[in-house]
Design a protein around this ligand. Structure first.
Ligand SMILES: *[C@@H]1O[C@H](CO)[C@@H](O)[C@H](O)[C@H]1NC(C)=O
Ligand SMILES: *[C@@H]1O[C@H](CO)[C@@H](O)[C@H](O)[C@H]1NC(C)=O
Length: 184
């Protein structure tokens, strides 16, 4: 009789999991949690998002904004990426400030099981922070069209230039300069 108990228990857990997992109108914060990630990775108050079962998500903020953790993070109006357990890859729309410059965050992950740390793949560097910094969603403040806006733009241009030169090196793209030159 004894082996029966665990199997019923497991089945119960399985049903519970399917119900939770299958719910179509989870919040994006629930979806982060289901992937073992802290909800504070995205700012407070997101209601518009898309998520499909390949893990691809896109969230829509009301406006681009900045949130202060240990360092400052910038969120574009649209943030997208691909979720898998403990990871977000192919991230776009989040920048982190370092040495007064802004760099795009390309990926974020945690250890499984958790070590209490979270890792950021930021253009050129990997950074780690205590997971607890990202436990709850933060207020995200609209940025004024000042210096900050300019340096964020610079960071994005830099990132684009680098990803272009990388894909050119790897031969993924035709040489646009010779290809698309137009007569003006
Ligand atoms: C989820 O569905 C419930 C009931 O169908 C609804 O009341 C709630 O507003 C929905 N939540 C979201 C975030 O859409
Ligand atoms: C953000 O996403 C919306 C909906 O997909 C789109 O209409 C809009 O052009 C996007 N904005 C930017 C700045 O990419």
């Amino acid at each position: 009789m004894l082996p029966l108990v665990p199997s019923i228990f497991l089945r119960f857990i399985f049903i519970f999991f399917v119900v939770v997992h299958g719910s179509k109108n989870d919040s994006i914060y629930e979806i982060l949690k289901l992937h073992g990630l802290p909800t504070g990775l995205l700012p407070k108050g997101i209601t518009r998002f898309e998520y499909d079962d390949t893990g691809r998500f896109e969230v829509h903020l009301d406006q681009a904004c900045n949130a202060k953790f240990e360092s400052e993070f910038h969120y574009d109006i649209n943030v997208s990426g691909t979720l898998s357990y403990g990871k977000i890859m192919e991230l776009s729309g989040i920048l982190a400030q370092d040495l007064f410059l802004w760099f795009p965050v390309k990926g974020i992950w945690v250890d499984v099981p958790s070590s209490g740390l979270i890792y950021f793949d930021i253009l050129f560097v990997y950074k780690q922070y205590p997971l607890s910094f990202f436990e709850t969603p933060k207020d995200c403040l609209a940025i004024s069209n000042s210096e900050s806006g300019d340096s964020i733009r610079d960071g994005q241009l830099l990132a684009e230039a680098i990803s272009k030169s990388q894909s050119a090196k790897l031969g993924y793209e035709p040489d646009e300069e010779n290809f698309g030159r137009n007569e003006m």
